[in-house]
Design a protein around this ligand. Structure first.
Ligand SMILES: [Zn+2]
Length: 429
């Protein structure tokens, strides 16, 4: 039976670290539950005792109750490129902490409820908008300080810690600085760069770096877990550039494949200023359409739920007052939904830009005759022709134009302006 870490593709080192930490955490709980007089662990301060045990071990001490090198700690950061499985790793570790066997067996109720998002002591923050606000963070920190109802750990997973507002980061920092005894914070961020996670938070966390998994590792999991045919899996894994979720979508969703085809058709359509601007419009509109489709269902469901909760259509006493209050709540909901739609658009656009960057990378490597496999096997011939025409310098300039566009959008340049500038650069060379 595969355990909770089986979903982590090509991350042997990280899995090793997490397994040892989970075993160490289980040892802490066992020590706390044992009334043995020899136990030096104060049940009110389990992790502090553990930290002391760790320090003792570093100073050459032996014979502590927990494996000293394994080290459990109360705050972790999972870093790695998009699609490497940061949130998968955080959830798997959370499950291992709640596992009744302390291993992440994958089958017990602790593992199961954590992985399905219903465990009472596991809280997940996944920003719907562009950032995580201070209100949300304060409420979370407060609840995380309570005693775990399941008798193990309170686990807080923050999926995009790089999207914390400064105020939210400060609220989190306070909790990480003075952690409640049984609370564990699991942060996910692209990197430990100060732009992603503040240095003060970073300094209190243990980092688990995840790698971009190899195409072979991604293809293997698509075949084994999702039952995808090996040739399709290999193509999708290469085209997704190590992004597991994207590879699965490409393998399974014809619309995702069509969108990718449209993006990869861009380079050969750039014949002048007019076509460059048209291509920019098409790219932006495709991202908008993709995002709209992805949020439409949840938007409608949320609105209906709120209206039901507010008793829409009521005519009895108090209905007028309720309507006045509900206008505000509906406005709040619309604001949240708009913010989520903006983020979905940016994510869709970014996926398109990553595909496009892959094409120019292929052109560059082929013009350099570098012995590496192309990202996009299906446009490899086109990329090779481009590489010959542009020479390495021209291919590199184009690749840089795409990467600059991504960076500009990340820095809040209006997407249309950034994409138009990119298309013009791609056309001019
Ligand atoms: Zn389990």
């Amino acid at each position: 039976m595969p355990d909770v870490f089986a979903e982590l593709v090509g991350q042997d080192d990280a899995v090793d670290t997490l397994r040892r930490a989970a075993a160490s955490a289980a040892a802490v709980l066992r020590a706390a539950h044992l009334p043995a007089p020899s136990s030096t662990v104060d049940p009110d301060d389990d992790l502090a005792a553990l930290a002391e045990a760790d320090e003792g071990a570093e100073a050459g001490g032996t014979g502590t109750a927990v494996d000293p090198g394994a080290g459990m700690t109360h705050a972790w950061i999972f870093t790695g490129p998009p699609g490497s499985g940061r949130s998968v790793a955080a959830r798997a570790f959370a499950a291992a902490l709640q596992c009744v066997h302390g291993t992440g067996c994958g089958t017990c109720s602790g593992c199961h409820t954590t992985l399905t998002g219903t465990h009472a002591d596991v809280r997940l923050v996944a920003p719907e908008g562009l950032s995580i606000g201070v209100g949300e963070m304060r409420a979370l920190v407060l609840r995380a300080a309570s005693t775990p109802s399941g008798g193990r750990w309170q686990v807080v997973i923050i999926e995009d810690a790089d999207r914390l507002t400064e105020a939210a980061g400060n609220a989190l920092l306070k909790a990480v600085e003075e952690p409640p005894p049984r609370t564990v914070f699991l942060l996910c961020a692209p990197s430990t760069h100060p732009e992603d996670v503040s240095v003060t938070i970073r300094s209190r966390c243990r980092v688990v770096p995840l790698r971009q998994p190899s195409a072979a590792a991604v293809a293997e999991v698509l075949v084994r877990r999702d039952g995808i045919a090996p040739d399709v899996a290999q193509w999708a894994a290469a085209a997704a550039q190590g992004h597991v979720g994207r590879a699965r979508r490409l393998a399974r969703d014809p619309e995702a494949r069509q969108r990718r085809d449209a993006v990869l058709a861009v380079p050969r359509r750039l014949t002048g200023v007019g076509t460059a601007l048209d291509a920019a419009s098409a790219l932006i509109e495709a991202a908008e359409a993709e995002a709209a489709a992805s949020v439409a269902e949840s938007d409608a469901a949320e609105r209906a739920a709120l209206q039901t909760a507010l008793g829409a259509g009521g005519t009895g006493r108090g209905a007028a007052g309720a309507t006045r209050g509900s206008a505000g709540q509906l406005k709040d909901l619309e604001k949240r939904q708009k913010s989520r739609a903006t983020r979905a658009q940016r994510d869709a656009l970014d996926r398109a830009l990553v595909d496009l960057a892959g094409f120019y990378r292929d052109a560059l490597t082929s013009s350099l005759r570098a012995p590496v496999a192309p990202v996009h096997t299906d446009t490899a011939a086109l990329a090779e022709a481009g590489g010959q025409k542009w020479a390495p310098e021209g291919a590199l300039r184009r690749l840089e134009a795409v990467l600059e566009c991504r960076a500009a959008i990340e820095a809040n340049v209006k997407p249309r302006i950034a994409v138009e500038a990119m298309m013009l650069s791609l056309w001019r060379g």
